[in-house]
Write a protein that binds this ligand. Structure first.
Ligand code: ZN
Length: 254
């Protein structure tokens, strides 16, 4: 299982506005996890040109991203984001970048962008999991006041939800069919992934992170929005998508 640890900006801003990188602290002084994403600090003209992206890791990353956006869990999240007032556009809200080896992806709340680490994501299944994971952070950011840097509990809760709902613990889904105590294993898996994600991007003690995760664990495991279930186990993601689309149509007709 690849980690999909992330870093975030201070707040969301206008989801349609051009990303701004001017107000950030310097690469060296940042303590919020940005140091794992060095390309965030580059201007567009410092990045590779379009012809450099063809047949390179950039081109491969963008192709895999295109496929990942069609996976059932991502489709539900994209629909839910649209319904909540935060439509995501591939060219604007997704960015393939070179990262340090410690992270596979991230959600930047300052620019409302998902970052996919092109030098780390080596296959389609990992890309799917990273996209799903970061889309859950984007959804949490869109639907409520998430204090990413002021509240460890807020961060812990979103990490628990991302691990629980993105398919990261899907191996245990298979075990569930054999009645191997699925629920317990799945929850332990989500807790372990959440711990690892928070530890990767925050300069805080393991004890502090563990206590925060355990404080919010049950509440956040029980928060299954926008699926209403753990995708691919208790219900299927495509069923959740139909429910969402029907709800949208219903409100559109009122
Ligand atoms: Zn995360």
């Amino acid at each position: 299982m690849a980690a999909t640890e992330e870093r975030r900006g201070r707040d969301g801003g206008d989801s349609q506005a051009e990303p701004s990188r001017t107000d950030r602290p310097s690469f060296e002084s940042d303590t919020r996890g940005y140091q794992y994403f060095p390309e965030r600090f580059k201007r567009n003209d410092e990045r590779g040109s379009w012809y450099e992206t063809l047949f390179t890791s950039q081109g491969k990353c963008e192709s895999m991203l295109q496929v990942a956006l069609q996976n059932p869990i991502a489709k539900v999240l994209l629909e839910a984001l649209k319904e909540t007032g935060c439509p995501m556009v591939k060219e604007r809200h997704f960015s393939c970048e070179e990262c340090t080896r410690k992270v596979a992806g991230g959600f930047d709340s300052e620019t409302c962008q998902l970052v996919l680490c092109k030098n780390v994501i080596s296959n389609q299944s990992l890309m799917n999991r990273v996209v799903n994971h970061e889309l859950i952070h984007a959804y949490d950011h869109c639907r409520g006041q998430v204090d990413w840097f002021g509240s460890m509990d807020h961060l812990a809760c979103s990490e628990i939800r991302a691990a629980n709902l993105s398919g990261e613990c899907s191996f245990f889904n298979e075990l569930s069919r054999l009645n191997f105590g699925f629920k317990k294993h799945h929850q332990a898996c989500a807790r372990r992934h959440a711990l690892r994600s928070v530890m990767a991007v925050r300069q805080v003690s393991w004890v502090e992170v563990k206590s925060s995760i355990d404080r919010v664990l049950q509440r956040c495991l029980n928060d299954l929005e926008p699926f209403g279930c753990i995708p691919s186990t208790k219900c299927r993601a495509d069923h959740a998508l139909r429910t969402l689309q029907n709800r949208t149509r219903y409100y559109a007709n009122l």
